[in-house]
Design a binder for this molecule. Structure first.
Ligand code: NAD
Length: 246
């Protein structure tokens, strides 16, 4: 039997990268999974995953998508709050609109989805939330002030929510990936002057000398989401090739 037999999961940003790898892994281990994404059909969320369109920047969109997912899955036990976007630059490089835009996805998006999912999680016997944070929350990476600030908020939100929800049996944890080999990072690399050199530089930044794989991050998320982590809440798990130790 699978670790997730009988459990129902919602994964935001589930149509690409870390989200898709996580949704696939949870389904392989027995979960029924809905992938909430702006583009659930591009490149195509494969069966048996269920694609549901959602924009995490809109409260009505989120509520409708979470209700549809719960309806089609028969409830929600696990929320993987993963949708996120990147931002580059130092403190003077992004204007107010850009700060609002990135916080709206990376922070308020997770707040909206968590709020919408909580009534369903309360009805579960194995409720868990896993937020995709980033090593950027604490690593002081160069030219990532806005992105790092959003992930710092996710880290704080994870710990605070874990405290508030522990008595209700809802666990809340997060993962901190290092630079991971996903379509997002590949888009960034494609835009670089010398993509191969940039890939080597990103890999060299991590002590293991390579990028993290989406599957490795998915394994960490799956562990924290599973009943096997039943005594674990309020933690962050680094999957970063050793970067957090520096
Ligand atoms: P990705 O771009 O491959 O996938 C992100 C998915 O989120 C996409 O399918 C996209 O459509 C969806 N999404 C974006 N905005 C959305 C919105 N408003 N509403 C609904 N869905 C939306 O990226 P990824 O690399 O898999 O990143 C996933 C998460 O991992 C993000 O939270 C990111 O911050 C985090 N992360 C990534 C890395 C990395 O190096 N790739 C490192 C640390 C943390």
């Amino acid at each position: 039997t699978g670790t997730f037999d009988g459990l129902r999961a919602v994964v935001t940003g589930g149509a690409s990268g870390i989200g898709l790898a996580t949704a696939t892994l949870l389904a392989e281990r027995g979960a029924r999974v809905a992938c909430l994404d702006l583009f659930p059909d591009v490149p195509g969320v494969p069966e048996p995953l269920l694609g549901v369109r959602a924009d995490v920047t809109g409260d009505a969109s989120v509520r409708a998508a979470v209700a549809e997912a719960a309806d089609r899955l028969g409830g929600i036990d696990i929320l993987v709050n993963n949708a996120g976007i990147g931002a580059q630059g130092g403190i003077e490089d992004n204007d107010d609109d850009e700060w609002h835009r990135v916080f709206d996805v990376n922070v308020f998006g997770m707040v909206r989805v968590a709020r919408a999912a909580l009534p369903y999680l309360r009805a579960s016997r194995a409720a868990a939330i896993v937020n995709t944070c980033s090593i950027a929350a604490t690593a002081g990476l160069p030219r990532r002030v806005l992105y790092a600030s959003t992930k710092g908020a996710v880290l704080a939100m994870t710990r605070a929510m874990a405290t508030d929800l522990v008595a209700e049996g809802i666990r809340v944890n997060c993962v901190n990936p290092g630079t991971a080999d996903t379509p997002w990072v590949n888009r960034l690399l494609a835009a670089a002057t010398d993509p191969e050199e940039e890939r080597r530089a990103l890999a060299a930044r991590q002590p293991m000398g390579r990028l993290v794989s989406a599957e490795e991050v998915a394994e960490a998320i799956a562990y924290l989401a599973s009943p096997l982590a039943g005594s674990t809440t309020g933690t962050d798990l680094a999957v970063d090739g050793g970067m957090h130790g520096l």
